[in-house]
Every structure is written in structure tokens, then in C-alpha cells.
Design a protein around this ligand. Structure first.
Ligand code: S3P
Length: 167
């Protein structure tokens, strides 16, 4: 069995994924980290040098490869499931958990970020609001959605474990 965490930037996918993997004795994989390791450069650098489309291709191929393994907790980049084919694949092959946060929480968590190229060169509040408007309905197609506002890592992880145990 594999678990995939999806959701907007700043919802804690990597932190929660890491903790969840420990609790389940699964292997934690962050798709962005895999990409960075494979290319030896950071995500902002990949966007800058090769552009977003190229990053999306890498992201697709990387995630397709990861879900071939088993016993994985995968944290995806916030834009990964905007690719319908990839989202469908995740839905058919993994338990997909969407981490949901309010716009206020997202803004608070993202206001000092400097490694997220999707937020560069924009008014941050407007950009988050606009991306959220487009992405939220898609994220909600996950098997399960969990609100993370005001919850700590343990509480969120326990919620996910409860969901998994009920399956
Ligand atoms: C992106 C989110 C990032 C990373 C890239 C693009 C997005 O991951 O994949 O910068 O389009 O939302 P996080 O969600 O981990 O920040």
C-alpha cells in the first residue's frame, strides 16, 4: 500500500509525510527532493533555467516511478495533481490524502517563503488566492481531505492513521 499527500504549498505535506512514514514504518519520499537529487539543482533553479513545463514533465515521470514501489508515503508538490492523468494514477494506485488549509493559514505560512517559484513576481495574497481558487476543487477529489488549521503534526498524523486503519 502507498499513501500520497497532496495539497497547496505550505500545508505541511513534507513534514506530515515524514512523520506519517515513521509511524507506519513506511519509506518517506518527497517528489520535489527526488527531482532535486536527480538533477543536482534546486527547484527554483530548475524553474529558472528550464521553465515550468520542463519541471512538470520531471514531476510526472518522478511520481510515476515512485508509485511503482510499495510501502511509500509520498509527498507531492502542490501543482502535481493539476495533471489529471497523474492525479488519476495516484487515485488508482495510492490512498490520496489532501491537506486543506484556509487562505489565512496559507498566507501566514507562505509570506516568508523564498523557494517557491510559483509565487515569485506576484502580489502574494492575490497569487495565493488565485491559485487556490483554481486548485482547491481539484484537491477535493482526493480520497480524503483533512483540515490542518490550528492542528499540530501529531494530531494531523493521527487523523491520517485513523483513516488508513479504517480501510
Ligand atoms: C509547486 C509546489 C512546490 C514545488 C514547485 C511547484 C506548485 O512544492 O513542487 O515549486 O505548483 O504548487 P510544495 O507544495 O511542496 O511547496
Amino acid at each position: 500500500m502507498n499513501v500520497a499527500l497532496i495539497g497547496f504549498m505550505g500545508t505541511g505535506k513534507s513534514t506530515i509525510g515524514n512523520e506519517l512514514a515513521k509511524e507506519l514504518s513506511y519509506t518517506f519520499i518527497d517528489s520535489d527532493n527526488r527531482i532535486e537529487q536527480a538533477l543536482g539543482v534546486s527547484i527554483p533553479e530548475i524553474f529558472k533555467v528550464y521553465g515550468e513545463d520542463y519541471f512538470r514533465k520531471l514531476e510526472y515521470d518522478t511520481i510515476v516511478n515512485i508509485i511503482d514501489e510499495s510501502g511509500i508515503v509520498l509527498s507531492t508538490g502542490g501543482g502535481a495533481v493539476m495533471n489529471k492523468q497523474l492525479f488519476d494514477l495516484l487515485l488508482s494506485r495510492t490512498i490520496v490524502i489532501n491537506l486543506e488549509a484556509s487562505l489565512e493559514t496559507l498566507y501566514e505560512r507562505l509570506k516568508s517563503t523564498n523557494n517557491r517559484p510559483m509565487l515569485y513576481d506576484h502580489d502574494l495574497k492575490n497569487r495565493i488566492t488565485e491559485l487556490y481558487r483554481v486548485r482547491h476543487p481539484i484537491y477535493m477529489k482526493a480520497h480524503h481531505s483533512i483540515r490542518v488549521d490550528g492542528m499540530d503534526i501529531k494530531q494531523i498524523t493521527n487523523k491520517i492513521i485513523k483513516i488508513i486503519n479504517k480501510l
